[in-house]
Design a protein. Structure first.
Length: 305
C-alpha cells in the first residue's frame, strides 16, 4: 500500500515538474537509466534522454503547458495513467508554425515499474485531436457553396491531362486525371486525387507504386479511352512497365513513377501522395484541358514575362 502511494505520488510530482514547469531532471529520479518509451509501431522507441528532449520541445511550442492526471490505476508492477494536456501553441510544433490556438490532447500511459523506477512506458494519445487543434486537418462542416458555382470556378483553371496507372497483380489499370500536382522538389513528391467510385481506385489502394503519364497534344484518343469505363483500356495501346512496374504509355510527353506514401480521404476522393522514383520527359507539347475542352497550345504565343 505504501509503495502504491509512493509510486502514484512520485509520478504526479515528477510529471508536474517536467511537463508543467520544464524541470525535466525530475524524470531522472522517476525513470530508470534503461527506461524505454514506446509510442506505437510508427514511432521509434525513445530512451530517457530522448524523452526529456521531447518534453523540452513540446514545452518550447506550448510554454504554458498543463498536464492533468485524471486517473491512475495500479495492478502489481504496472500503472495505467489517463491524462489530459492543454496549452497555447506559440512555437513551431510538428512543422506547424505558431497558431496561437488553445490545444487539448488526451491519452493514456501504461508504466511498468522495476522496483521504485519506471522501466518501460507505452503511450497512446488521440493524434487526430492534436492535428485538428493545430489546424492540420479539419472535420468541421463548412457553409455549403453551390456545386455549380464551384464547377464554374474550376473551369477557369487550365490543366494538363494525365493518365494515372498501376499494375494490379499483373493487370494494368488506369484513368484520366487532371487533379495532379507537384508537392515538393526536394524530396520530389507529387499528388493525384482519384474519386472513390473509380474502378482504378481499389487497385491504387493495393499497389505500392503508381505511374503518371502526362499526355501529349497528339494523345486525345488516349485521354478519351482513359476517361471512359472501358474494360481493357490498354488493349491496342503501346505501353511498357517502368522500372518500378507502373504502366508507362508510349507517346506521353512526360512520365513519372511514384512510390505511394499517404492515401488521404478527402470528400469524394482519395489524395494519393508519394515520392517520385523515376522520371522522364521529352519535347512533345502537352495536351491541355480547359473549360471542358482539349487544346493543343504548341502554336500559341508566349506572353512577355
Ligand atoms: C480531362 C479529365 C480529367 C479528369 N480528372 C479526374 C481526376 O482528377 N480524378 C478522377 O478521379 N477522375 C478524373 N476524371 C474522370 C475519370 O477519368 C473517369 O471517371 C474514368 O471513367 C474513371 O475510370 P475508372 O472507373 O475505370 O477508373 C477526369 C476525366 C477527364 C476527361
Amino acid at each position: 500500500m505504501t509503495e502504491t502511494l509512493d509510486r502514484t505520488t512520485h509520478i504526479r510530482s515528477a510529471w508536474r515538474a517536467a511537463w508543467d514547469h520544464g524541470r525535466v531532471e525530475a524524470l531522472d529520479e522517476l525513470l530508470s537509466p534503461s527506461y524505454v518509451r514506446r509510442r506505437g509501431p510508427a514511432s521509434a522507441p525513445q530512451d530517457r534522454e530522448q524523452f526529456k528532449d521531447s518534453v523540452r520541445a513540446v514545452r518550447l511550442a506550448f510554454p504554458d503547458l498543463r498536464t492533468e492526471i485524471e486517473e491512475i490505476v495500479e495492478d502489481g508492477d504496472r500503472l495505467a495513467i489517463r491524462w489530459r494536456s492543454t496549452g497555447r501553441h506559440t512555437g513551431t510544433f510538428l512543422g506547424v508554425p505558431a497558431t496561437g490556438k488553445a490545444v487539448e490532447v488526451s491519452g493514456a500511459t501504461f508504466a511498468r515499474f522495476d522496483g521504485p523506477a519506471v522501466a518501460e512506458e507505452w503511450v497512446t494519445f488521440d493524434s487526430r485531436q492534436l492535428l485538428e487543434a493545430l489546424g492540420v486537418i479539419t472535420t468541421a462542416k463548412q457553409a455549403a457553396v453551390d456545386p455549380e458555382l464551384v464547377r464554374g470556378v474550376h473551369r477557369k483553371f487550365i490543366t494538363g491531362v494525365t493518365v494515372v496507372t498501376t499494375d494490379d497483380d499483373g493487370t494494368p489499370k488506369g484513368l484520366a486525371v487532371n487533379a495532379f500536382s507537384s508537392i515538393s522538389l526536394d524530396p520530389p513528391m507529387v499528388l493525384v486525387c482519384v474519386q472513390r467510385g473509380s474502378a482504378t481506385h481499389p487497385a491504387l489502394h493495393r499497389a505500392s507504386h503508381l505511374g503518371i503519364n502526362i499526355l501529349a497534344a497528339g494523345q486525345l484518343d488516349v485521354a478519351k479511352v482513359f476517361a471512359s469505363k472501358a474494360d481493357d483500356k490498354f488493349a491496342g495501346l503501346a505501353w511498357s512497365p517502368g522500372d518500378f512496374g507502373a504502366p508507362l504509355i508510349d507517346g506521353s510527353c512526360a512520365q513519372l513513377e511514384v512510390e505511394i506514401g499517404e492515401r488521404l480521404q478527402a470528400g469524394s476522393h482519395t489524395v494519393f501522395t508519394g515520392r517520385v522514383v523515376s522520371a522522364r520527359h521529352d519535347d512533345l507539347a502537352p495536351l491541355v484541358y480547359s473549360g471542358g475542352g482539349f487544346f493543343d497550345i504548341s502554336h500559341t504565343a508566349p506572353l512577355p514575362w
